[in-house]
Every structure is written in C-alpha cells, then in structure tokens.
Design a protein around this ligand. Structure first.
Ligand SMILES: Cc1cc2nc3c(=O)[nH]c(=O)nc-3n(C[C@H](O)[C@H](O)[C@H](O)COP(=O)(O)OP(=O)(O)OC[C@H]3O[C@@H](n4cnc5c(N)ncnc54)[C@H](O)[C@@H]3O)c2cc1C
Length: 400
C-alpha cells in the first residue's frame, strides 16, 4: 500500500514525537512511524529539563504534562569524600520551571502523541519498521516499511530520520558519524526507596567509583559508572560482588542490595558520543540521536532531541505548508543546532577526561580544587552550570 504525506518521520522517540506534534498543529500532514508496538522501554532517560518545560508551556501543555506522575530534581549535589558540592542549582534560573521533571519517557511519549492525534493530518503507525528509502536522482522521496500486515510505502516531501543512536535511515542514506570514545559505561538498576530517605537525587564520587542516585518516588534509579568495556569483568565476578560494592559505597543502602536478584535487573548503557558532519540530504533531515549521540553527562540527550525538533519545525513549516523543501532550510536547521550540540559535547569530553577518568582510575579520595569551589560560590558564576545543563547554550522556542 502506498500513501502520500508532506512529512514522514521515522522513529517516535522524543525528537520524532515532538516534531510530529509541532508540524501537525501547523496543519502539515505527518506520518510518524515507530517500529515498536508501545513506548515502554526501561532506563531510556526520563529527564525533562527546564528548557523543554518552557517549550511545553509555549505549546500550552505544561500544566497538563505536570499532572503526570513525576518527581522534581532542583539541585545536582555531588558527594565526595571531602564533603558535598552543589554542581547545579536550578532554583537560581529565571523560569517557572526551576527543576528537572523526572517523567517516565513512555508516559511523556504517550502524552505527546495523544496530543498530536487531535490534529486531522497526523497519523501514527506503531509496529512499522522502516527498512528502505525511496530514492530517485539523489532525492529521498520517502520510505518503505514493514508493518504488521506486510510492506507499505510512504511518499513524502520531507523524510526525517529520528530513529535514534543506531539509526537505520542514517546508514541507508550513507552517513557515517564522527565518534569519540567516552571512557565509561553505565549500569542502571533500581533499589527500593524508603519514606525516611533523603528526597534529593545525588551523585557519589569516591576513589575508583561513581554512583548516581535518582529519586523516582518509590524507587531509587541507580547509575553505576564503570570503565569502558568493564561489564564483562563485573559480570564474571558475580552478582554478590556487585551487591557488595554497592553496599560499601552506600552503607545506608546495605540492607536493600538484596533486591538485585538477577542480572536481568541490571541494564548496561554503552556510552557513546558522536555527531554527523552533515545532517541532511535533498529530501532528508536527521535530528536527535540519529544526528548526534550525547554522552549521559548531565542527561541532556532528550533535551537536545526536543530542541532539534523545535528548531526544525520553526525553520521548515512555512515552506512545507506549501509543499516546498529548499535545501537551504535543511542547512539552516543544522546551522542552528550544530554549535550548541558541539559545545555541549566539548564540555562533556572535558568532564569525562578531567574528572570521571581520574575518579575511576584513582585510589585517592576526590578533591575539588578550592579555586573551583570559590568560583561556584560567586553570584554571577554559580548560576552558569544550571543554565548550561538545564537550558543549554542556545535554547529553542516555539515559533508561531
Ligand atoms: C540507557 C539509557 C539511558 C539514558 N538516560 C538519559 C537521561 O537520563 N536523560 C537524557 O536526556 N537522555 C538519556 N538517554 C539518551 C536519550 O534516551 C536519547 O538522547 C533520546 O531518547 C534521543 O531521542 P531520539 O528521539 O533522537 O531517539 P530515541 O529516543 O532513540 O528514539 C528513536 C525511536 O526510533 C525508533 N526506531 C528505530 N529504528 C526504527 C526503524 N527502522 N523504523 C521505525 N522506528 C525506528 C525506536 O524504536 C525509537 O522509538 C539515555 C539513553 C539510554 C540508552
């Protein structure tokens, strides 16, 4: 079966779902293709930053979004052997949303796609795996996908690859990302949270170990940062050894590490950081993780994916509404989004090299230089980490 539309988006993650909503509300016909049958995937990142809350407000959706079950992270404290340092305090930001809202990604995507369904030109197809591009004379005219009932074709003025870090469309279109090699991976697992526990999400940096603890209401979402490729060794040492390490790092949690009963409760994130030199070809645009995978430092992947979507809708809508797609529009999306992305990746590289690698390799307690501590207390400077993490160097706003 062949259908025609104006914009065909591959992948209903944060980038694809938000772009679909933004275009649909401008009256542009959109088909959104998602290979899974639902949005439920574990540990995919649930962080909605102040800049995304601002975008939601501009769409008139913020209050309803906050009715979904969520917790709020107001500060990012880091516990070291020499005391606690607050890396970022979002309460200092001039915004109605001075926090990171922790909303399960599946609920967020259901919310956004339900909103998009209110517009008649929008169609979401679940269980639709894109496997081929329609290409004529170097122009991408749409995709072929395998659905529940066989092969289908979507012909479109614009095809958007929002299909994530392992993007199939990126490969089919012949793009090769430039990769850097972050020195770590992350093991994610859950531990029960008790009423008497602190409310604060926090990170703990002690010699040779980094642990992140995120308050998820009834649970702690734990991120244990390990040296790159170190999972096999940890697995070989056995689950009891992992429980022991966690109990030593977090003596106050020693009585609940038994909750980790099997390896399937532990999810491994192979940390990657990459970017494309070019985000487009005639007829095709790549956004979100398909264009740039962000390191998990500061948890900005979702934030950047949604800001890409917002800028893409701002730049492309007027021409798309009349069925046009000049190449300069696609280049402008890249121009507006590439440098904030590269700046942040540069910052993440420095943090990885200067802080995380040192902690993971060191037998000494981490010391934070007195000069840095002094800087973090200066009124003009102490807001900068919160601004950089929560909002980013060039925040996107919804136009029109
Ligand atoms: C374990 C883990 C933890 C993370 N934690 C955080 C965090 O705390 N905060 C944060 O900001 N970011 C986090 N991230 C990163 C974040 O998930 C991504 O940056 C963000 O989801 C990117 O959004 P996206 O829409 O570009 O891609 P994705 O969210 O990857 O969405 C891509 C979508 O495309 C679909 N798809 C793929 N191939 C096809 C195909 N051929 N046909 C049709 N559909 C297809 C996929 O099923 C998926 O739904 C984490 C990532 C991982 C893996």
């Amino acid at each position: 079966m062949q259908e025609e539309t104006t914009c065909c988006i591959v992948g209903a993650g944060p980038a694809g779902a938000v772009l679909a909503l933004l275009l649909a509300r401008k009256g542009i016909p959109v088909v959104l293709l998602e290979e899974h049958m639902d949005f439920d995937r574990d540990f995919r990142g649930d962080t909605i930053h102040p800049s995304v809350m601002q975008i939601m407000e501009e769409l008139g959706l913020a209050d309803r979004l906050l009715q979904l079950d969520h917790t709020k992270v107001y500060t990012l404290p880091v516990q070291t052997a020499r005391g606690t340092v607050t890396l970022a305090d979002f309460r200092r930001l001039k915004t109605r949303y001075p926090y990171i809202a922790m909303i399960p990604q599946a609920r967020f995507l259901e919310f956004i796609t339900a909103e998009a369904k209110r517009y008649p030109g929008f169609r979401l197809v679940m269980g639709a795996r894109v496997e081929k591009l329609m290409e004529e004379d170097g122009y991408i005219h749409g995709v072929h996908y395998r659905g529940q009932d066989g092969w289908h074709t979507v012909r479109a003025v614009l095809t958007v690859a929002a299909d994530g870090r392992f993007s199939r469309v990126r490969k089919l279109a012949g793009f090769e990302p430039v990769k850097t090699a972050p020195p770590m991976d992350v093991l994610w697992f859950r531990l029960p949270r008790r009423q008497e526990d602190s409310m604060e999400s926090t990170g703990r940096l002690v010699q040779g170990h980094i642990l992140v603890m995120l308050n998820r209401g009834e649970e702690w979402q734990m991120g244990y940062v390990i040296p790159k490729g170190g999972y096999q060794q940890i697995h070989a040492a056995g689950l009891e050894k992992l429980r022991q390490v966690v109990a030593e790092l977090l003596p106050e949690f020693a009585d609940r590490v038994e909750y980790i009963k099997e390896w399937k409760q532990v999810s491994v994130l192979s940390v990657e950081s990459s970017r494309l030199r070019r985000w487009y070809r005639p007829g095709l645009l790549l956004i979100g993780d398909a264009a740039h995978v962000m390191s998990p430092i500061a948890g900005v992947g979702i934030n950047y994916a949604i800001q890409d979507a917002t800028v893409a809708a701002n730049v492309l809508s007027d021409d798309l509404r009349v069925g046009r797609l000049p190449l300069r529009d696609l280049a402008e999306v890249q121009r507006k989004r590439e440098w904030p992305t590269r700046m942040t990746q540069g910052f993440q590289n420095i943090m990885q090299g200067q802080v995380l690698t040192k902690v993971l390799k060191s037998d000494e307690p981490l010391t934070i230089s007195p000069f840095l501590l002094f800087l973090l207390r200066l009124p003009g400077i102490r807001v900068l980490p919160a601004k950089f993490i929560g909002i980013g160097p060039w925040p996107a706003h919804v136009k029109g």
